[in-house]
Design a protein around this ligand. Sequence first.
Ligand code: DNO
Length: 347
Amino acid sequence: MNMTFRWYGDDDKVTLEQIKQIPGVSGIVSAIYDVTVGEVWSLEKIMDLKDEIEAYGLELLVIESVPVHEDIKLGLPTRDRYIANYCETLRNLAEAGIKVVCYNFMPVFDWTRSELDHELPDGSNALIYKHETVLKMDPLTGELSLPGWDSSYTKEGMKDLLAQYKSVTEEDLWNNLKYFLQHVIAVADEVGIKMAIHPDDPPWSIFGLPRIIANKENLERFINLVDSPNNGIALCSGSLGVDPNNDVPEIIRYFGKKGRIHFGHCRNIKITGEKCFEESSHKSADGSLDMVEIMKAYHDIDFNGPIRPDHGRMIWGETGRPGYGLYDRALGAAYLNGIWETLEKSN
Ligand code: DNO
């Protein structure tokens, strides 16, 4: 297991200097943020990012994410151009030595929450999700700015996009995903990149949009869409774990034994009601997921890929990118590393 940390590039308040001081973290998860979705990432830009990270004695281990253009998810004729660009980006990443690429296939919105800074009893602030609040949210008002909401759309652009999705069923989305994978995994196989799909967060439909990467059954369907070892999963405990029907350690063991987990996101969440949850600290006692069982599952499958602590709360007065401050994630990394070391030494 390789403990990694997500870094949002030069705009991140968290610096590489700080990350390198976290015990047991040597890998960085990052991306290129100034290329329009759908366009090719040049080798030069990728090398600049890699060099910047390596200057701190750290290693760029995972790209999270190379975003998938909406035309691909919608299955529009223009998708071929965007898929060709995606493949070109993968070739450039491989040339730079990148081995793992994370992405998601959620229509329009990536991860969604109803509140960004909910105060917990200990005075820390966390992201929370309440389905009844989300049902009342209007993605068209433009008043909302939540992490995972693409702010590059104008109100009109968003309206058009949502209208285009009106006729897209879950089955259409599966077909469009298969089409994408048939092209992209062929290139991944050729250049040696492990593709890791991130589960939908939360793993249920929002704003009437289809969401399919949501549970074990669908993950099984997913890996069989294109049966290659490079067609794998970014196993996110917090995304899957908010649905009590998802047994996260069991899912890790199941797909791990098939060699299809290429990246692990470890986040704890506390289920507070039906389709309602708070993001808690990583510690098992604070949330609904047993992190020891989760790390044990990774240990049982001899996982030797990258894992990162996922969202943290805002603690000790820190402000910044929701979910991605320094302190609580650093504590998470240390805690997960502690569990891992104990497992290693108990064998
Ligand atoms: C949220 C993240 C997601 C993830 C993408 C992967 O914090 O886990 O935004 O990076 O869904 O494409």
